[in-house]
Design a binder for this molecule. Structure first.
Ligand code: NAD
Length: 504
């Protein structure tokens, strides 16, 4: 019998999705809907309303009213924290359901969807972390620079104020965590929000929206308008009522957002793609361990469909063969299958367009001189109904090849040798991206030298994880601005200087 996820859809009682605007659920103004498929089986798991330009306008106006006239930005810190506490409790209570919905919407294997790094536990943790900032958002005081022109003393200070109405546009690959990473800091700082989830993963966003409603947030504070980039996303990023766009997604759409935001000088935070290197020295704590880490990032979990995956392995020549052999050996541990089966390790590719794109990169690489060590094809049998691609390893890659320069966003690792530290740093930085990097060495001085020399927003030394309390973002074309920790508070606030004359 062919694999199916529909039984889980029914158990989770998934209903067609609606828009949430100004505290109420509704259909799209023109009745338009979109079919969301699970990529492991290509079955339709739900339909949801596509927000039109008119719907987006209604959502932005609701957020505008809630910001300009409503209680939310004016609440005391203590009151605002109460909403967060209720929401964190609700996310925790519905944790398993949320993890299952994530598996249903984008095919993330349930074992991975339940891991703290991308699960409901992380979403709750991100809201909890930002709740802690609410009563600590503060400005500064400055010494008097010189006697004021009126001859008296002055007190100079700065306030941090919410930036206003935020458009939060999220991708499909870690939808629950990314919803939280955007909505939590916006709400903590007193902003109001219109969320647009990806058209390829709406279910966890709809559920989180329902929990926000249940937690009693005032109408208009959070609105959700689902739909594709066009018309929904375009209507949002070009709307004059939006003060800030916070976006996670591809570089191409990031560039479009920068262009569109110029009209009304919107504030913009962009978390974009990457082509992150792992730099493995011969004195790595374990060359095999580093190989497992790199190959694991592209073959386990979401099968390399992650922005921070270390997809370019730069390996010191003396341990290069050992690294390639160890990376290839991990391929046998990958288990495709029903995403709700706890034994399944790896997901399918999100959609047919992305599948074709990945296979295109794989087809082209050998003609450019890359050596195919493992994978390069698709599994057959039952799995052929889904968008699976076998984990793929190319060795002897030159950094000028497209497989080394473009973000493949799939289960593909490329390995290339380096001769010395200077060569490794030159290769690591020879990229248009700068999201992450890994350094594997037991020489502490070298570890820090390389970490300082690599132009990337997050560098892991013999370790690699993203934490909600640390700044996260990209150098170069991997993004603009930082989110996470105090970086998020800065990103969602304006600074106002206030000068007080002290003369009677
Ligand atoms: P995408 O850019 O295609 O879509 C992201 C979101 O933008 C979706 O909600 C989509 O509907 C919307 N969108 C598309 N066109 C738009 C437009 N013209 N106006 C407004 N919105 C529009 O990306 P994706 O395929 O969903 O995600 C994969 C990409 O995201 C990869 O490049 C990956 O590296 C990146 N990513 C980055 C991070 C990070 O934090 N740096 C995290 C996850 C994913």
């Amino acid at each position: 019998m062919a694999m199916s996820v529909l039984e889980h859809r029914d158990q989770l009682n998934v209903q067609p999705g609606h828009l949430f605007i100004d505290g109420a659920w509704s259909d799209a103004s023109d009745g338009g809907t979109w079919e969301q498929k699970n990529p492991a089986t290509n079955e339709v798991v739900t339909t949801f309303a596509i927000g039109t330009a008119a719907d987006v306008d209604r959502a932005v106006l609701a957020a505008r009213r809630a910001f300009d006239e409503g209680p939310w930005p004016r609440l005391t810190a203590k009151e605002r924290k109460k909403y967060f506490s209720r929401l964190v409790a609700l996310i925790t209570e519905h944790g398993d359901e949320l993890n299952n919905l994530q598996t249903l919407e984008m095919g993330m294997p349930i074992a991975f969807s339940s891991l703290p790094v991308v699960s409901s536990e992380m979403a709750a943790g991100v809201f909890d972390h930002h709740a802690g900032w609410i009563d600590k958002i503060c400005g500064s005081t400055y010494p008097t620079y010189e006697t004021s022109p009126t001859g008296g003393d002055v007190q100079i200070m700065s306030f941090r104020e919410p930036v206003g109405v935020v458009a939060a546009i999220i991708p499909w690959n870690a939808p629950m965590m990314l919803f939280a990473q955007k909505v939590a800091p916006a709400l903590a700082t007193g902003c109001t929000v219109v969320v647009k989830p990806s058209e390829f993963a709406v279910l966890t966003s709809l559920k989180l929206m329902a929990l926000i409603e249940e937690a009693g947030f005032p109408p208009g504070v959070v609105n959700l308008v689902a739909g594709p980039g066009n018309p929904t996303g375009e209507a949002l990023i070009t709307h004059p009522g939006v003060d800030k766009v916070t976006f996670t997604g591809s570089r191409a759409v990031g560039k479009r957002i920068l262009e569109a935001s110029g009209d009304t000088i919107k504030r913009v935070t962009l978390e974009l793609g990457g082509k992150s290197p792992s730099i493995v020295f011969e004195d790595a704590p374990s060359v095999e361990g580093a190989a497992m880490m790199a190959m694991g990032m592209v073959s386990m979990g979401i099968s390399g469909q992650g922005c921070v995956c270390q997809t370019r392995s730069l390996v010191q020549r003396s341990v290069y063969d050992a690294f390639v052999n160890a990376a290839a050996s991990l391929v046998g541990m990958v288990q495709f299958g029903d995403p709700f089966d706890a034994a399944t390790t790896s997901s399918a590719i999100i959609n047919a367009r992305q599948l074709d794109r990945i296979l295109g990169f794989i087809d082209k690489a050998p003609s450019q001189g890359a050596r195919l060590v493992a994978g390069g094809d698709r599994p057959g049998g039952d799995l052929a109904q889904g968008n699976f691609v076998n984990p793929t390893l190319f060795a002897d890659v030159d950094n000028s090849m497209s497989i080394a320069r473009e973000e493949v966003f799939g289960p593909v690792l490329v390995a290339m040798p380096f001769d010395d530290e200077a060569h490794a740093i030159a290769l690591a930085n020879d990229t248009e991206y700068g999201l992450g990097a890994g350094v594997y060495t037991t020489n502490i001085a070298r570890a820090f030298r390389v970490a300082k020399a690599v132009r990337a927003g997050t560098v892991g030394i013999n370790e690699y994880t993203v934490w909600p309390n640390a700044p996260f973002g990209g150098y170069k074309q991997s993004g603009l601005g930082r989110e996470g920790g105090w970086g998020s508070i800065e990103a969602f606030t304006e600074t106002k200087s206030v000068i007080v004359g002290l003369s009677d």
